[in-house]
Design a protein around this ligand. Structure first.
Ligand code: MG
Length: 245
């Protein structure tokens, strides 16, 4: 498949944010802003992030771009006339906390995480849930050294998935699992965004760094969308070279 042909058919380029166009949780840098500016002349651009829309918007420094946030439960649209972002979708789902607490207890007992600081589970207004293995109040140094290559969490990931079949389970943060209620995922959100705008999947490419097991880009990586993998956000221009003309 020649680059030229791909470039002509494609209408939209969708991006993960952290680790793809920015350093994790850092503002958008000059270099990648220039890449986005050049792409924006030729393509519709979209961010599909795992974090909250307001954090993504801040990190992007107000860059005019649509944002799907919160594992696809939130949608922000850039309004050209007013020059501001508007929340057009903000889904929250009721969470059965008793059931989640019980299952987390089971997980802690099974794998020896009975000692934790603060709360055992963190509940979010959207209905998403964080399972911090070391607890909500754990020491940040301890959290960072707990599982830097994710191998400890990947080892028990199949079990956690099995235990929380009503959620999509992600290996998130430094020492936790993140749960998003089904059917919400980046794939679900991107698919709906495309459908509502008359875009077919083969008119869209996606760029992301977290495509491994339990990664927040995995649902798109394993789908029919064309996926450009990136392992260093400073390579964005290189990875998308064929679109920069
Ligand atoms: Mg990422």
């Amino acid at each position: 498949m020649g680059g030229e042909k791909v470039g002509k058919r494609i209408q939209m380029i969708a991006f993960d944010m952290d680790g793809t166009i920015t350093q994790h949780k850092c503002p958008l840098g000059e270099e990648n802003k220039k890449v986005l500016d050049r792409l924006a002349k030729l393509y519709r651009l979209l961010i599909v992030g795992a974090g909250s829309g307001s954090r993504i918007f801040r990190q992007m420094g107000g860059y005019p771009i649509d944002i799907l946030a919160n594992y696809g439960m939130q949608e922000w649209e850039y309004c050209q006339e007013r020059g501001e972002m508007e929340v057009v979708r903000n889904i929250s789902v009721r969470c059965d906390r008793e059931s989640v607490d019980r299952r987390m207890d089971q997980l802690r007992r099974q794998f020896g995480y009975m000692n934790y600081a603060g709360e055992s589970v963190e509940y979010h207004p959207s209905g998403c849930v964080t399972l911090p293995l070391l607890g909500t109040e754990a020491d940040s140094r301890e959290k960072l050294s707990f599982d830097p290559d994710r191998s400890r969490r990947r080892a028990i990931y199949p079990y956690v998935k099995e235990l929380f079949l009503d959620y999509t389970v992600y290996v998130g943060g430094s020492s936790s699992f993140d749960l998003a209620p089904r059917p919400y995922s980046k794939y679900y959100a991107l698919d709906r965004y495309c459908e509502e705008r008359g875009l077919s999947h083969d008119q869209v490419v996606y760029v992301g760094d977290d495509y491994g097991p339990g990664g927040n880009d995995e649902s798109i990586y394993r789908s029919d969308f064309t996926f450009y993998t990136i392992d260093d956000y400073r390579q964005l221009g290189t990875v998308l070279n064929e679109f920069l003309r």
